[in-house]
Write a protein that binds this ligand. Structure first.
Ligand code: TYD
Ligand code: MG
Length: 457
């Protein structure tokens, strides 16, 4: 008799190993391998014995419409509709990931309520909370009277049977994917095999009925339960809901979108009555700018198609240590080292006897190299003790040779700055055509050394 075979699946990345190991070959994480049976894995079992059925191919030209007018369901929550690319797409699957407690269920309850109010059939399936708890949350955010259908269920076959009854749903929310399990796989709920099989069954349901589905996924510490990463490639879109500890704002970020742009963000604020949209996030990340203080510079950033002003704060202080400290919050530490090195090598500014601390206001995280110039300005301002003009914005990339290089979307950055009352800019050379009006005085140095002279005198 054949022994039932088993395999070891990494709960972080899904790599299958024939035998147990401490470290996963696929992603290099430790202690993430969990034994899962293969006998009842996806695609085995009696279902596979059925006869093949021929499909009917269609040509591209016979398909009407294009991606632009994919039938969408708009929630009316602007910050959410922007990141999905204009609303949930019918027949598609969207994954919303994020840390536990960040507000995923709150966001989706609000979206569900907004859509149900417009007459759509919305089913909210929760595997984590009882129906009464979902209702409590709905009460708290003031939407308990909206006709959202609630179900507390974790078995995929039961969920599908529930959805069969009544009118075809427009949107089904599954909260969360890690609690779902299907009879098709025999591993424990939360393992890679179960999460994948359950997601696959729900995605198949979406494609065949035209209902949009949203899978909620917790980002988990390695080794516990399978993270949302293992279904990222199966779904049509991936959104991540992020926030910094101690701050109330939350950012919804598009990571993947088959039907829209992938670099959009939506900004929300968590209050005691749920999530509130923040249509003008620049105000949130600018700090208190009533008085000009040395060491602060405003960076005109871009998030997707959206300009955003962020305050950068630097503190440069004489160091008592042999090796001075470098600490960064909200930016790339190696990028800071690079800017410091360029300032030393090409501009004669010495930091070797100084501790350097860099912070981005509001707990925001910057990923753009366009922040280089703003960082350099904040560093020089702190080192010299000279405050920068309070109505000036900064952006531009610094190269290792000390040159200031152009960045994209200069006009959007300037437009947002003007809206918020800024009248001066330090920006890269080029873009002559857009530097009209109040920006004709914009300072456009080619070399970082010129900027240093301007700030430090
Ligand atoms: P929740 O949506 O349950 O998070 P997730 O589904 O991502 O795990 O949100 C939980 C947190 O949000 C919890 O700490 C309570 C807080 N919260 C508020 O501050 N205000 C509110 O109106 C609601 C509903 C939740
Ligand atoms: Mg939740």
């Amino acid at each position: 008799m054949a022994r039932p075979r088993s395999q070891f699946v990494c709960q972080n990345c899904g790599t299958v190993h024939a035998r147990w190991a401490g470290k996963c070959d696929g992603c290099g994480e430790w202690n993430t391998l969990v034994e899962e049976g293969t006998s009842g894995g996806i695609g085995s079992g009696p279902q596979m014995a059925r006869k093949a059925r021929a499909g009917t191919p269609v040509t591209l030209t016979t398909l009407s419409g294009d991606i632009e007018d994919a039938p969408r369901i708009r929630t009316g929550i602007e910050e959410l509709d922007r990141v999905t690319g204009g609303g949930f797409v019918r027949g598609s699957a969207l994954l919303v990931g994020g840390d536990p407690g960040i507000g995923k269920s709150t966001l989706l309850t609000q979206a569900a309520a907004a859509l149900a109010e417009k007459g759509h059939r919305i089913v909210y399936v929760s595997g984590e909370e009882a129906v009464a708890q979902i209702r409590l949350r709905a009460q708290r955010i003031g939407v308990a009277d909206k006709p959202v259908e609630l179900a507390a269920e974790t078995n995929v076959e039961n969920i599908l049977a529930t959805l069969e009854g009544g009118r075809r749903p427009d949107l089904v929310i599954l909260d969360s994917i890690q609690t779902l399990w299907t009879d098709m796989a025999d591993s424990a709920p939360g393992t890679v095999t179960q999460v994948r099989a359950a997601a696959q069954a729900m995605i198949r349901y979406a494609k065949s009925t035209g209902a949009a589905i949203v899978l909620v996924g917790h980002v988990t510490k390695e080794g516990q339960i399978a993270g949302p990463r293992v279904v990222e490639h199966m779904v049509d879109g991936v959104l991540y809901f992020e926030g910094e500890g101690g701050h109330h704002y939350r950012i919804l970020r598009t990571v993947k979108n088959r039907f829209g742009p992938t670099d959009e963000i939506g900004v929300f604020e968590m209050g005691d009555k749920g999530l509130r949209e923040v249509p003008n996030p620049s105000e949130l990340f600018m700090g208190d700018r009533t008085a000009a203080a040395p060491g602060t510079a405003v960076f005109a950033a871009m998030e997707g198609t959206r300009p955003l002003l962020v305050e950068i704060q630097a503190l440069v202080a004489p160091s008592p240590l042999g090796t001075p400290r470098r600490a960064v919050i909200g930016w790339d530490a190696s990028r800071l080292s690079m800017v410091l090195a360029v300032l030393e090598a090409h501009c004669g500014v010495r930091f070797s006897q100084h501790d350097v601390y860099l912070n981005v206001a509001g707990g925001y995280r910057i990923s753009e190299p366009a922040a280089d110039v703003a960082v350099a300005a904040a560093l020089i301002s702190s080192l010299t003790g000279l405050a920068l003009p309070h109505d000036c914005v900064y952006f531009g990339e610094i190269s290792l040779s000390g040159a200031i290089r152009p960045v994209s979307h200069a006009s959007s950055r300037l437009k947002e700055s003007e809206k918020l009352g800024f009248t001066q800019a330090v920006m890269p050379p080029g873009n002559e055509e857009i530097v009209g009006g109040i920006w004709s005085r914009a300072y456009r140095p080619r070399e970082l050394a010129d900027l240093v002279v301007r700030i430090a005198g």
